[in-house]
Design a binder for this molecule. Structure first.
Ligand code: SF4
Ligand SMILES: [Zn+2]
Ligand SMILES: [Zn+2]
Length: 313
């Protein structure tokens, strides 16, 4: 039996990419992943040659692959600068490993690595917040605070862009979750690039949004990137997990479905998403928000109230 050949170079293939109907050898697979990232960056005009990019590095496969791919692309843009940023949410027994992996990868790529913690930025850890506040899932508190932490971190180091490792699966899941939760505003407002026309926030870009999660894992494995495998103890994304399972089952039967779902979402954003949003400055911290108090201050105020309550015996 003849081995399956790589559709590009004719050597032995090791992977079949169903959604494009091609087989790939390891070398062509790696190159195709890097090409896809380059394509996404230029298609959505994510980066400029002189950008200082704060790369959000959690220590997982996506963010570490992103850091490694961006450092390769950087060789063509000598005036650009990358800084790896890890946010330490204060999750006992989980973040430490991730931080050391992020540090090691950044070091091996010769990229400066900075750590910013919830404790130093907000004077409280995520562990404490989720112990006291149970109204929402831990990831909701974490997400709000982490977004702010990244913004603060990027401002502190003088970065002009924030890049994160969100992949195609994340993006399609989020879009579907927004529909299921009734978050239509959010559905059309989010996308591969988030730029505030009034420059109140640092632009955010997602260079991996065109890549399948499992292909990033494969890329990470082939390039020898060591990433964290232990899941976060607060991870409780019941609905997201169900959505992921449904999408994976559909993709299995109909290869390419995640791509078409995502491009429909992008078209919707193009059609509806270009509205100006009126924002006030938060009465406590002064950051921009649609209400009187920003989401971060709401969490922190609630946390302080609960902290002052007498403990039950
Ligand atoms: S799983 Fe949830 S709580 Fe844990 S780090 Fe991620 S967003 Fe935060
Ligand atoms: Zn090949
Ligand atoms: Zn505030």
């Amino acid at each position: 039996v003849r081995a399956v050949q790589c559709s590009f170079c004719g050597t032995a293939a090791f992977y079949r990419r169903e959604y494009e109907g091609v087989s790939l050898c390891q070398k062509c697979f790696k190159r195709s992943i890097e090409d896809k990232v380059r394509f996404t960056i230029s298609k959505h005009k994510m980066l400029s040659p002189r950008d200082h990019i704060a790369v959000a590095v959690s220590g997982g496969k996506d963010s570490l692959s992103l850091l490694s791919i961006l450092s390769k692309l950087k060789t063509k843009f000598p005036l650009s600068k990358l800084t790896a940023i890890t946010i330490d949410e204060g999750i006992q027994g989980y973040r430490d490993e991730a931080i050391s992996l992020a540090k090691a990868t950044a070091e091996s790529l010769n990229i400066e690595h900075r750590i910013f913690s919830f404790r130093e930025l907000f004077q409280v850890t995520l562990d404490k917040i989720v112990k006291r506040q149970t109204k929402l899932a831990p990831c909701s508190y974490c997400g709000v605070l982490r977004r702010r932490a990244l913004e603060k971190a990027a401002r502190t180091i003088g970065a002009g862009k924030i890049a994160s490792g969100h992949n195609l699966d994340d993006e399609v899941q989020t879009a579907l979750l927004n529909i299921l939760h009734g978050g239509v505003e959010r559905l059309v407002r989010t996308g591969p690039v988030l730029v505030d026309p009034e420059q109140r926030f640092i632009p955010r870009v997602k260079p991996l949004c065109g890549l399948y999660e499992r292909e990033i894992a494969l890329y990470g494995y082939l390039t020898g990137i060591e990433f964290q495998r232990t899941p976060c103890p607060h991870r409780n994304r019941a609905l997201r997990n169900d959505v992921r399972d449904v999408l994976n089952a559909l993709e299995e039967k109909h290869p390419g479905l995640k791509y078409t779902a995502y491009s429909s979402k992008l078209k919707l954003s193009d059609l509806l998403g270009d509205r100006k949003i009126h924002l006030n400055s938060c009465k406590i911290c002064g950051e921009w928000t649609g209400r009187d108090l920003c989401e971060v201050c709401k969490i922190l105020v609630q946390n302080q109230k609960l902290e002052c309550l007498p403990r039950e015996a």
